[in-house]
Every structure is written in C-alpha cells, then in structure tokens.
Design a protein around this ligand. Structure first.
Ligand code: UDP
Length: 221
C-alpha cells in the first residue's frame, strides 16, 4: 500500500502486476506479455505456486498479495487519501454492482467510474478516452490476464492514471455474483480448486500448473 501511495504521488503512470502461476506460464510463450514484467513498477505474488517457487530458491516472499486484497484496501483508504478509483472490466453491470457494494462497506469510498470489459482491442483507444474523462488516479482492469495488462500499457498515455493494475475476476467477487473461496479452501491453499468447482471452464488455467512446476524445477537461480 505504501508503494501504491508513492506511485499516486509521483504523478507518473505505473503498472502493477499480480503474478500467479498460470500468468507466468503464459508469459513464456507471449513475448509482449513477458516484456510487461520488466516494465511493471510492482509485481505481487498472487498464488501458492509463486510462494513455493520463491521458497525453493531461498526467496523472501512470505505471503500472497492478491489483487482482491489490494483492490479492497485501496477502496477502504480512498476517502482518506483522496484516491480517485475506476473499475473497468467484467460483464455489463458487474463493475457498477461491485462499486455499489464497496461504497456501502466503506462510506466515502471514491469510485469515480465503472465500465464493462467486453469490447474488442480495436476499441481500446475509444474506451480509454471514456475512462480518462473520470480522471482516475488508480485504474483497476478486470479483463483477465494478459488482456488487462496489455490494455493498461497501451492506453496509459491517454488515461493518465498513476496506477494501473489487472485484477482478473475480482469485480465478479465484489459484485457478489461469484463467491470467494471459503476460508477453509484459502487456508489449505486450494482456492484454485474452488474456482474450478464454481466454473469448470477454468480447468484450462489449472492445466498450466504442472507446466509451472516443471519450469521451476528446471530453473537455475
Ligand atoms: N472479461 C472481460 N472482458 C473480456 C473477457 C473477460 O471483462 O473480454 C472479464 C470476465 O468477465 C471476468 C474477468 O474478465 O470478470 C476475468 O476473470 P478471470 O478470473 O478469468 O481472470 P484471471 O484472474 O483468471 O485472469
């Protein structure tokens, strides 16, 4: 949260990536997305697999820092800090519902705009101009990895937000349409299993996990 606050105060655009195992695997075969990892101002560990890999190489990462948690904290602090927050992504109506619920939970929560995430890449500039009108400081984009990160980098000169961060399915969770994994699943570190049970089409993402394990086992420090 301190880093995000510094980014907002700097006045310059910053990309924040929440890295999970499947995103890291996707980056191996997508040079454009892979390049974004070097451009990111902050990369947070957003899966058990990333924690395991860090531990294996003697890294210092102690816990997950998920997009859901960062989004909620930013909203909770937005009134005090004066952050202007924008939600872009998810199906029509979802971002607005998420904003409504967060405003009830955190009175004064400063969400200055919302928009759904179903538009073709050719419309990125037009959508960016629409978002820019709300003058957000912090833009959360919930359109899935790596589409959301690519959108943030491609449009940051138009939107002018100081922080752009991809948050995957977070707006679905805050809208109440999708339940976050129960505490037991979180404690056992099997949130992925909960998501597959809720939405079997996510199995393709889970199939990337063995590949991640292989990459880590083959990697040298
Ligand atoms: N989504 C979107 N536009 C698209 C495709 C997907 O806004 O063209 C939304 C989708 O409705 C969902 C989110 O992107 O809310 C992706 O969630 P998912 O959990 O798949 O993201 P992940 O964190 O796994 O990348």
């Amino acid at each position: 949260m301190e880093r995000i606050d510094e980014f907002v105060r700097s006045g310059e655009p910053h990309l924040v990536i929440t890295a999970d195992a499947s995103g890291i695997v996707q980056a191996q075969t997508d040079p454009e997305f892979r390049g974004l990892f070097s451009q990111a101002a902050l990369i947070t560990p957003d899966s058990t697999g990333v924690l395991w890999a860090s531990k294996k190489f003697g890294g210092p990462i102690a816990s997950r820092v998920s997009g859901v948690d960062i989004l909620e904290r930013v909203c909770a602090q937005s009134a005090d800090k004066g952050y202007r927050v924008y939600f872009l992504g998810a199906a029509p109506g979802v971002a607005e519902e998420a904003a409504e619920r967060l405003r009830l939970k955190y009175p004064g929560c400063n969400i200055v705009g919302t928009r759904h995430g179903y538009f073709p890449a050719e419309s990125d500039e037009v959508v960016a101009q629409e978002v820019a009108e709300s003058k957000p400081d912090i833009l959360f984009v919930a359109m899935g990895i790596p589409r959301q990160e690519k959108f943030i980098i491609a449009t940051q000169h138009i939107i002018g937000a100081k922080v752009g961060m991809g948050v995957g399915g977070s707006l679905d969770v805050f809208s109440g349409r999708v339940r976050r994994a129960p505490k037991l699943f979180q404690r056992l570190r099997i949130e992925w299993l909960w998501r597959v049970l809720q939405n079997p089409s996510k199995i393709s993402k889970v199939m990337l996990l063995p590949k991640f394990v292989m990459l880590v086992l083959q990697a040298k420090r």
